[in-house]
Design a protein around this ligand. Structure first.
Ligand SMILES: Cc1cc2nc3c(=O)[nH]c(=O)nc-3n(C[C@H](O)[C@H](O)[C@H](O)COP(=O)(O)OP(=O)(O)OC[C@H]3O[C@@H](n4cnc5c(N)ncnc54)[C@H](O)[C@@H]3O)c2cc1C
Length: 500
């Protein structure tokens, strides 16, 4: 990789032409007849939107939160529920020596190692590291409970804090808790209400004009105009389910299936860029997040690769990526090489050691096949048997020498030789988009001149992955921590605005 490679592109995506299918900008607000009015108008009832609603209510603003779906949750409700941050009380109690600075340095180091040179202002993402621990405590204050033992994700410490009762099971609880809390505090949350477009003070997509409300499409197909005296907050998630936007921003991922919510079609991005908001397109990292998804029950799976000594092979019987780099690197290598399906393979030693740990969810939620021999495994999984045997022989001999001669893996090396053998078949699917609307440290949406759009805020996946955008290593913070910190900031700041 060359050092002068351009690490990111900041696109001026403020024209409706970019999104030919998007809705036209609304008529001038002076002529708008308002159907409803509130102080703070929020779109999207996932982590970011619900946190924004709670924060705005804490600041005593009147809040309406509209959700496009028939129920709340979005990707947050489907997620593993892992809140990734370093320096928490829970880590301390679990004997993990970590801090915000260690977490930050780990991300910077990973960014440098992967040639993601930090050219962009890191201030926006740094706020998530600085306020991520307080964000967790704030969630706890509002009723969210976390598991007592953080687990390993990407990075040099165990920093993934699952919401109780644990991996995936915690995500519906997280949404339910935040939704009830927002409603208890007085936010009006309404489903099947969809952001159609934003309404500016002049009705024109002119830069520098305040956002004063939005057009909202209801389930009955009628569109109403809703006025926001203090501000509009976009928390509508990413665009994993918009083939048009995936192709536009990350063409090499075009056509890949998505495992995410069908409703996350980039509506907030389209509405904001239509009125001049800037879009940051993440190009040097992965563009979009991907997970391994099992082919039998369709469950997403990520963690075991960084914790357990398993190998991942193609149907041609070949390893293709250093497995210890994690699921994301493996999924992207598959996309790059056109490998559609892969098998995770491990032996009885690994099973016994990790069956109650990181492998547990695989056995609970997916189909893992068990075989007496590598020949039987190859036949059962449709893998080239000769090549697979050679791959495993070479791998075992490399482990004995302490050096992976094929892919240079240095972590989690262990032979695969004790039957029975296990195989888990899966393939990559995209979900979170790393590109998104640009915000500043106050969660204000930025326009294409680098100025905040008055009255407009954004948080969560609609803003993309803030760490990747400034070329840090990913995994140093997570979607849920970003959505919490900036959802809270957006809610608080919008509520503080003077009414218009
Ligand atoms: C399978 C899976 C596992 C994951 N695991 C983790 C994990 O363990 N840890 C982690 O940190 N992150 C994880 N993530 C990522 C994480 O879930 C997201 O980054 C985070 O939930 C984003 O929150 P959000 O509020 O921005 O978006 P969402 O939770 O997606 O919420 C957006 C909401 O906006 C609604 N919406 C969309 N368009 C409109 C519109 N026009 N009008 C009104 N509403 C609209 C959607 O229906 C949705 O409810 C995972 C994601 C997936 C899919």
């Amino acid at each position: 990789m060359t050092i002068n490679r351009r690490n990111f592109i900041i696109a001026s995506a403020g024209s409706a032409a970019l999104f030919a299918a998007s809705a036209p900008v609304c008529a001038a607000s002076k002529k708008v007849s308002w159907d409803r009015t509130t102080d703070v108008l929020i779109f999207g009832a996932g982590q970011a939107g619900l946190c924004a609603a709670i924060a705005a209510r804490e600041s005593k603003a009147e809040v309406i939160l509209f959700e496009k779906g028939a129920f709340c949750g979005g990707h947050t409700g489907m997620s593993g529920s892992g809140y990734y941050i370093g320096g928490t009380e829970i880590q301390k109690k679990a004997g993990i020596d970590d801090s915000v600075e260690i977490n930050w340095k780990d991300s910077v180091d990973r960014g440098v190692k992967t040639y993601r040179f930090i050219k962009r202002d890191t201030a926006v993402v740094r706020r998530v590291y600085d306020e991520g621990v307080a964000g967790m405590a704030w969630l706890e204050k509002h009723g969210v409970k976390f598991m007592p033992k953080p687990v390993q994700g990407i990075g040099n410490r165990r920093r993934v804090h699952y919401v109780a009762p644990g991996y995936k099971k915690g995500s519906p609880v997280l949404i339910d808790t935040l939704l009830k809390e927002a409603q208890k505090l007085g936010a009006k949350v309404e489903t099947e209400m969809q952001l159609a477009s934003l309404i500016t003070e002049t009705g024109e997509p002119t830069l520098g004009v305040r956002v004063v409300g939005a057009k909202v499409k209801a389930a009955d197909g009628k569109t109403i105009n809703v006025r926001a005296r203090k501000g509009v907050i976009l928390a509508t998630g990413g665009f994993a389910n918009s083939p048009q936007l995936v192709k536009r921003f990350h063409p090499y991922l075009a056509g890949l299936p998505s495992l995410g919510s069908k409703l996350n079609t980039g509506d907030g991005i389209v509405a904001a860029t239509d009125i001049g908001a800037n879009m940051i397109i993440e190009t040097n990292g992965f563009g979009m997040n991907m997970l391994f998804v099992g082919t039998h029950k369709g469950q997403s799976m990520g963690l075991p690769m960084t914790e357990a000594p398993l190998i991942v092979v193609s149907k041609a019987g070949e390893r293709f990526e250093d497995e210890s780099k994690g699921y994301l690197a493996a999924c992207h290598k598959m996309t790059e090489k056109g490998i559609k399906l892969a098998d995770w393979i491990f032996d009885e030693k690994t099973y016994q050691k990790f069956r109650e740990g990181c492998l547990k969810p695989m056995f609970e939620t997916e189909v893992v096949n068990k075989y007496d021999s590598i020949d039987a495994l190859a036949k059962g999984e449709g893998i080239d048997a000769q090549k697979l045997k050679k791959t495993i022989e070479r791998y075992n001999s490399d482990v004995a020498k302490g050096k992976d001669s094929v892919l240079g893996r240095s972590k989690l090396l262990q032979t695969i030789d004790k039957p029975p053998f296990y195989a888990f078949e899966c393939g990559p699917k995209i979900y979170t988009s790393y590109s998104g609307i640009e915000i500043n440290r106050e969660a204000q949406v930025m326009d294409t001149r680098g100025k905040p759009v008055a009255g407009l805020y954004a948080a969560g996946d609609v803003t993309g992955h803030l760490a990747y955008q400034c070329n840090l290593g990913g995994g140093g913070i997570s979607g849920i921590s970003m959505a919490t910190v900036y959802g809270r900031i957006a809610g608080t700041n919008a509520a503080k605005n003077k009414s218009v």
